[in-house]
Design a protein around this ligand. Structure first.
Ligand code: FES
Length: 177
């Protein structure tokens, strides 16, 4: 499978940008991939309607990691309305293509960004564009399907994320002492 990926995909997979979490984010997008059950969380910090910080965490494949890395780079410092115009075709083009069987993975990052923006607009009681509202309803529907279909896997994944977060905090505390 590795040789099916372009050099650019491998670069972003091996050295992804903007991985992690944002404390007190302006918006969070959480999505699940209906095809494979992989999950992703994307965090944004917004100032003056511009995304000033963006980070992601995913339990996904190389293509999901690479597309997430690219999307965070594309969305950073963009105004909300411009970030909403990013399409997965743009991301795939930057990566020099994806194997057809992996195209569904690129949707994870685009949907997570939409959800984070939706969350930001909702929390700040702003008007939500109709397209974004429709996308949110679809993503919510898909999330319910994924949760039902991959119940056990998600439970295990959440546990892994929790354990890795706890051990990171433990390491931080150890380094301070
Ligand atoms: S196989 Fe699940 S996101 Fe790629």
């Amino acid at each position: 499978m590795i040789e099916m990926y372009t050099k650019k995909v491998m670069e972003h997979f091996l050295n992804p940008k903007n991985v992690g979490e944002i404390k007190n984010p302006s918006g969070v997008g959480e999505v699940g991939n209906i095809v494979c059950g992989d999950v992703m969380k994307l965090y944004i910090k917004v100032k003056n309607d511009t995304i000033v910080e963006i980070k992601f965490k995913t339990l996904g494949c190389a293509a999901a990691i690479a597309t997430s890395s690219v999307i965070t780079e594309l969305a950073k410092n963009k105004r909300i309305e411009d970030a909403l115009k990013i399409r997965n075709e743009d991301v795939i083009k930057i990566l020099g293509g994806l194997p057809p069987i992996k195209v569904h993975c690129s949707l994870l990052a685009v949907d997570a960004l939409k959800e984070a923006i939706y969350d930001y607009l909702r929390k700040s009681k702003r008007q939500i564009p109709k397209d974004l509202e429709n996308a949110h309803e679809r993503i919510e529907r898909e999330k319910r399907i994924v949760k039902e279909k991959f119940k056990d896997f998600i439970k295990r994944s959440e546990k892994i994320l929790d354990i890795s977060e706890k051990s990171k905090n433990k390491d931080k505390r150890k380094n301070k002492t």
